[in-house]
Design a binder for this molecule. Structure first.
Ligand code: HAX
Length: 437
């Protein structure tokens, strides 16, 4: 058994009595009421999910295992020659709550290399799809196709399912998937946009480095990949991609069924696709100006035109956050410290939107949070490094988001979380509760 799996087994054994005690002795303790607004409005704010992997404070933003984004980057072992940590070290931290040593990190790096080969049938599935399919549809299909290799599903169908040990099979599926998602993403990218030419993995590189290498983009894109995957990994459990993954896994569906569902949710424009929408909006705006730098007034008008046409301003607002998303700030700081990027016209325009959009949204008066989220900034960096095919951006998000979703469903199995089944009511019942005759 790998060291990570051993440490995880120990953490699970320590944690289980806490969950058991809560369920056995405190199941009736209330976490709050549910009102009609929440029932109609997407269950906003209802406390009915449990995760210890990340926590989202509306004012502070995300903490991964108790650490802010800067604390996470600071604490984890770094790739030699880089100020950014190994994605593999972050995986260890998400799963166990501990910061791994360099030796432990390198064990995961090696483990993922052994698991990274994309099966030929996955390539066949990708190639069989129409080349103009959305890359998220391709990505989801590739993940779903790999279900045939699910260790969890095989154990279940062989009649050997065991509630106490089934997390181990989930861990195997999660590790196999984590190792393959970067190469699959790069394969889709090069098949669709780079003339179907492909670059073999470099066995000397870590996950982030290899992704940049297989995309065909030189340094510092390896650091961009590491940063990007880590900051997009998890945003507690209620967001659409994490919740969809958790929901599907709660039926004891394996990790492939579950994460393919999560990816389908991430592909929505109100969720992960917003990063594509931000670039589309910004590029349209720039081409409308014929490359001229917009005035503040011109920018305000464009934002109002978007709102008045009934559309949302992509990259702004959030269901939970009530301040600028620290994932936005992390990427903005990367731009500001990177020569070339900090003076890049697209970055300047995005910075200008940051100055103007919160005021416009506040005046508009609808959005509870007028501040930018992660998606407002991420496309600029990709564009600068040559990834100009913005429909691909959500695949990058999806590779990172897998870290959180897969760590979560491994723990779901370890703690025996039940099948999800919230209760629905009729409109008539709501009207009765509201006292409407
Ligand atoms: N532009 C215009 N209107 C907005 C808005 C924005 N950026 N953000 C919220 N609103 C509107 C909502 O559409 C809603 O209008 P209605 O009452 O007419 O339905 C109203 O303000 C109240 O919404 P809210 O409570 O502030 O926000 P929600 O929790 O309902 O929605 C969203 C959160 C992220 C979906 C929303 O802010 C939005 O649509 N933002 C733009 C799309 C986007 O950037 N999505 C990515 C979010 C981050 C993420 O998940 N990344 O993957």
């Amino acid at each position: 058994m790998s060291t990570l799996k051993q440490v995880l087994a120990q953490k699970i054994a320590e944690h289980r009595p806490r969950t058991t005690k809560l369920v056995k002795e405190f199941s009736d303790v209330s976490l709050g009421e549910v009102n009609i607004g929440q029932a109609i409005g997407g269950a906003r704010g209802i406390k009915c999910l449990v995760t210890d992997i990340s926590y989202l404070d509306p004012m502070e933003g995300i903490r991964f295992r108790g650490k802010t984004i800067p604390e996470t980057f600071e604490a984890l072992p770094k790739v030699p020659g880089s100020e950014y940590p190994y994605v593999e070290a972050f995986w260890w931290m998400l799963l166990t709550g501990d910061v791994p040593t360099m030796e432990q990190t390198l064990e995961v790096v090696e483990d993922w290399k052994q698991r990274a080969q994309i099966p030929q049938y996955v390539i066949d599935v990708l190639r069989a799809l129409p080349r103009d399919s959305h890359p998220m549809a391709m990505f989801s299909s590739a993940i779903l196709a790999m279900q045939r290799d699910s260790v969890f599903a095989k154990t279940y169908s062989s009649g050997k399912f065991n509630k106490m040990t089934c997390w181990e099979d989930m861990y195997e599926d999660a590790s196999n998937m984590m190792a393959k998602l970067g190469p699959i993403g790069a394969y889709i990218y090069r098949m669709k946009y780079m003339g179907d030419t492909h670059i073999a993995a470099d066995p000397d590189l870590d996950m982030g480095g290899n992704f940049a290498h297989m995309m065909g983009i030189p340094a510092p894109y390896d650091n961009v990949a590491r940063m990007y995957f880590i900051i997009h990994s998890d945003h507690e459990s209620g967001n659409v991609s994490a919740h969809a993954t958790h929901l599907v896994a709660s039926a004891l569906s394996d990790a492939y069924y579950a994460y393919s569902a999560g990816i389908n949710g991430l592909a929505g424009p109100l969720h992960g696709l917003a990063n594509e929408e931000v670039l589309r909006w910004t590029q349209n705006f720039m081409s409308h100006l014929g490359g001229e730098v917009p005035t503040e007034e011109g920018l305000k008008k464009a934002l109002w035109d978007t709102l008045n046409s009934g559309q949302v301003i992509p990259g702004y607002g959030h269901a939970v956050l009530r301040k600028t998303d620290p994932r936005y700030t992390t990427q903005r700081e990367f731009c500001l410290k990177t020569e070339g990027l900090k003076d890049y016209p697209l970055f300047k325009l995005v910075s200008m939107i940051f100055e103007v959009a919160p005021g416009v949204l506040t005046e508009h008066g609808k959005a509870k949070n007028p501040w930018p989220n992660v998606d407002a900034q991420s496309g600029v960096i990709q564009w600068y490094y040559g990834v100009t095919q913005y429909e691909f951006y959500t695949v990058l998000f999806g590779i990172g988001r897998a870290l959180g979703c897969l760590a979560n469903i491994t723990w779901d199995r370890a703690l025996g979380y039940g099948i999800e089944r919230p209760k629905s009511v009729t409109t008539e019942m709501l009207e009765k509760a509201a006292g409407i005759k």
